[in-house]
Design a protein around this ligand. Structure first.
Ligand SMILES: C[S@@+](CC[C@H](N)C(=O)[O-])C[C@H]1O[C@@H](n2cnc3c(N)ncnc32)[C@H](O)[C@@H]1O
Length: 282
């Protein structure tokens, strides 16, 4: 049994993170830098926090542009993988912890980013931990500091008309996954209630998965791929066997390829994710 510490409300990331980077890539890095840059303080002088940094792909890029980067992560495996990735970089400060209860002083950061983390915070459909997270974000951000939330919209997750071609097959699990994501409209309304300002949305460029996902339908049958997508945390082994059979049929009759290409065209417009950004009032 894996005894390492873990944080997600429904996925064991200690299992996922050993091969995560072979299947995933960070998207929206340019857009994040651009958002951080819309400040009176240049990015090179900013102290930036990442919550739930996973295997550290975002943080490892952003650190090359910022004065200092701090990270808080709840998975021990992620913490270890990130430590290897950043080596002896002096401007990076990592800790194991819970982003609902940060150990930093008030008004410490110029910017705070979370990337594909929000849907892991809550099990209740009123998203109480999301509010805790937003309040903690406001507390640790300097006046004028910016929060960036990289997440997915309900439209992007839709099993029929969304951005992920593999979501067509396990539709019940996809519906369950959608419920873990607060809608973008409801997220914005919560930010407004907490008096965040300058709320805006950006569709990040780039893709979340490695290239084989977009050209080879068999790639999603590999267990390491499935560990890198939290959808599969919601599927039992027998359900995985069922969708594997469906996908084999769809590969044999060619429909999987057709569907994959249709989704690729759609993604050019809708993107795979959305960054919701908001500022602490001055
Ligand atoms: C889908 S992964 C994303 C990892 C990374 N941000 C990325 O995009 O590559 C979600 C991450 O959030 C972390 N996480 C979830 N809830 C957390 C919490 N309350 N405190 C700290 N980390 C948390 C998980 O351990 C996991 O690393």
């Amino acid at each position: 049994m894996n005894q390492k510490r873990n944080a997600s409300a429904f996925c064991n990331y200690n299992e996922s993170f050993t091969q995560y980077d072979q299947n995933r890539q960070p998207n929206g890095l340019q857009e994040l830098l651009q958002i951080f840059g819309q400040s009176r303080i240049p990015v090179g002088e900013q102290t930036i926090l990442e919550g739930g940094f996973g295997t550290g792909s975002y943080l490892n890029y952003i650190r090359r542009h910022a004065k200092a980067v701090y990270g808080v992560e709840g998975s021990e495996q992620g913490f270890q993988e990130t430590g290897i990735k950043i080596g002896d970089a002096e401007n990076v400060h990592l800790q194991m912890g819970n982003i609902l209860d940060l150990s930093f002083a008030d008004e410490f950061f110029d910017a705070y980013m979370v990337n594909q983390v929000l849907h892991h915070l809550d099990t209740e459909n009123t998203y109480p931990n999301l509010t805790k997270f937003l309040k903690e974000s406001r507390r640790v951000l300097k006046p004028g500091g910016v929060l960036t939330i990289n997440t997915c919209s309900q439209e992007q997750l839709d099993p029929h008309t969304g951005a992920y071609w593999n979501y067509r097959y396990p539709q019940n699990a996809v519906r369950a996954l959608q419920k873990k994501y607060i809608s973008v409209e409801a997220l914005i309304s919560r930010l407004e209630k907490l008096n965040f300002t300058d709320i805006s949305t950006t569709i990040p460029s780039g893709r979340l998965f490695q290239e084989s996902y977009y050209r080879d339908p068999e790639s999603i049958l590999v267990p390491a791929f499935q560990k890198a997508d939290s959808l599969y945390c919601l599927l039992s082994e027998s359900e995985i066997r069922e969708i594997t059979a469906l996908i084999h049929t769809a590969i044999d009759d060619g429909s999987a390829y057709q569907h994959m290409y249709n989704v690729a065209e759609r993604v050019d417009n809708m993107g795979e994710a959305i960054i919701v950004s908001a500022r602490n009032p001055m």
